[in-house]
Ligand binder design. Structure first.
Ligand code: GBH
Length: 476
């Protein structure tokens, strides 16, 4: 089994999860700063104000990447460091730009290929306050395009751009369940605002158009001279029928992926929302104007895939409630026979099931005409890790096995099934601010000691990836 010669592998992070330095060098607040300040939103009451202190430790982080043999690094830019208020007529903060320009120079000098995510959920709070952020169909795409242009111009050396990370999360968790910033939900026990039946679909639509605008700008004004590529990163779990004999469960498996992934990928590859979504959501799902279709259709140079877990799917009967976002089905970790999909982790939503990765790679490849795929995130937390002594934490055999199984499943998809997968970024380079879960859930291949000056301790899994890929990537 093998992977192509120029296959890129490395690690991924995101600005708000690692940088800290929330008030340094002119950064403005993002919706996550605001959200974290609301009591009860973050499990341990924490925030990203300090996090891994990576804003000040770029050299240390690059040395770490080098020592682990990484060929690539995916990180995100904090929009509110670049344009602190956020909008296209607001002041630009040169210090913020300089920081990322230097970081990319240093990465390249270390022989590491940067993958830059422009938006990993940390919207400038000023835009949420000014016009409702992602919900504003006129303003948001224009402001995002402007911000993207500033970055394309500033960092011509970056050849791999990702517009949005997991728009499903920004839309559903931000505007339906209220689990993520800005915390809108119809559930009045969780928040004072929101319309869970409509807002997520509006936010998702506006993200797609913003993505389309940024891609058009890149292709017309930067790509011809810079020669890079641009795409979006989508999250989605693998699905298996709860009862393989029941055609309704089998059908619900596809519907689950359509509501998670095809919601964004169908417009990007075909110019329309999936039929299953239109059928259930009716006109609560926005309709693309001709101008929007022209922006969105065909707007991926590559497909960015974030993948972690799998679920058994059981269809539901009857009319789903207005705020249903799954597609009228249930997700389960056990099937009809009582088989369990995989072992528990520290994350309630994550259970390893590597075969699902191979299956989903095939599903995507088939539906979207064999696109070039980068796996932009894959990784796991580990049950009880936070409460273990350091000597045990660094012996993370569970995570070593997870990577081993998942990367081998990917190699099979590549070699045996012909899926065009070109890169793999493990989540994550180090433990970090795990959003609503705070710091207790750890996804790093490196332990970060938050009590002792954020000291980094590589775990066994950190070193395991170089060995794994060295054995798989063709030498010529
Ligand atoms: C990624 O999302 C993120 O990109 C990354 O920032 C994060 O640190 C990493 O995962 C680990 O969590 O509320 O029941 O719907 C992964 C995909 C999708 C996983 C939403 C959590 C929430 C479960 N995420 N899901 S639920």
């Amino acid at each position: 089994m093998s992977l192509p010669k120029d296959f890129l592998w490395g690690f991924a992070t995101a600005s708000y999860q690692i940088e800290g330095s929330a008030d340094v060098d002119g950064r403005g607040p993002s919706i996550w700063d605001t959200f974290c300040a609301i009591p009860g939103k973050i499990a341990d009451g924490s925030s990203g104000a300090v996090a891994c202190d990576s804003y000040k430790r770029t050299k240390e982080d690059i040395d770490l990447l080098k020592s682990l043999g990484a060929k690539a690094y995916r990180f995100s830019i904090s929009w509110s460091r670049i344009i602190p208020i956020g909008g296209r007529n607001d002041p630009i903060n040169q210090k913020g730009i300089d920081h990322y320009v230097k970081f990319v120079d240093d990465l390249l000098e270390a022989g590491i290929t940067p993958f830059i995510t422009l938006f990993h959920w940390d919207l400038p709070d000023g835009l949420d306050k000014r016009y409702g952020g992602l919900l504003n169909r006129e303003e948001f795409p224009l402001d995002f395009e402007n911000y993207a242009r500033v970055m394309f111009k500033a960092i011509p050396k970056c050849k791999h751009w990702i517009t949005f990370n997991e728009p499903w999360c920004s839309s559903i968790l931000g505007y339906n369940t209220g689990y993520f910033a800005p915390g809108h939900t119809s559930d009045r026990s969780r928040s004072a605002v929101g319309d869970s039946a409509r807002e997520p679909w509006i936010a998702g639509h506006n993200i797609l158009v913003a993505h389309g605008r940024a891609v058009k700008a890149y292709r017309e004004d930067f790509k011809p001279t810079q020669g890079g590529e641009i795409g979006i990163t989508l999250n989605g779990d693998a699905t298996l029928p709860w009862d393989p004999e029941d055609p309704a469960d089998v059908e619900a498996c596809d519907r689950k992926i359509e509501f998670a992934i095809s919601w964004f990928a169908d417009p990007i590859y075909f110019g329309t929302y999936p039929e299953s979504m239109r059928k259930q959501l009716g006109d609560r799902l926005p309709t693309f104007t001709d101008e929007e279709v022209a922006l969105v259709k065909g707007s991926n140079d590559f497909y960015g895939m974030n993948h972690y877990t799998a679920n058994y799917i059981k269809h539901k009967t009857g009319t789903p409630p207005d705020d249903d976002f799954l597609g009228n089905l249930e997700t389960l970790f056990y099937n009809k026979n009582g088989d369990c999909i995989g072992p528990e982790t520290q994350s309630f939503w994550l259970r390893p099931h590597a075969q699902g990765f191979r299956d989903l790679l095939n599903w995507l490849s088939k539906r979207y005409g064999h696109p070039k795929i980068y796996v932009t995130e894959n990784g796991t937390s580990l049950k009880g890790e936070n409460d273990m002594p350091l000597e045990k934490i660094v012996e993370d055999d569970f995570r070593v096995k997870y990577f081993n199984d998942y990367v081998n499943a990917m190699a099979k998809a590549s070699e045996e099934d012909g899926v065009d997968v070109r890169g793999y970024l493990a989540w994550s380079l180090m433990d970090n601010f795990e959003w609503a879960e705070g710091y207790e859930t750890r996804f790093g291949v490196t332990y970060v000691d938050y009590e002792h000056d954020q000291k980094r301790h590589p775990k066994k899994s950190a070193k395991s990836l170089a060995k794994l890929f060295d054995g798989l990537i063709k030498k010529e």
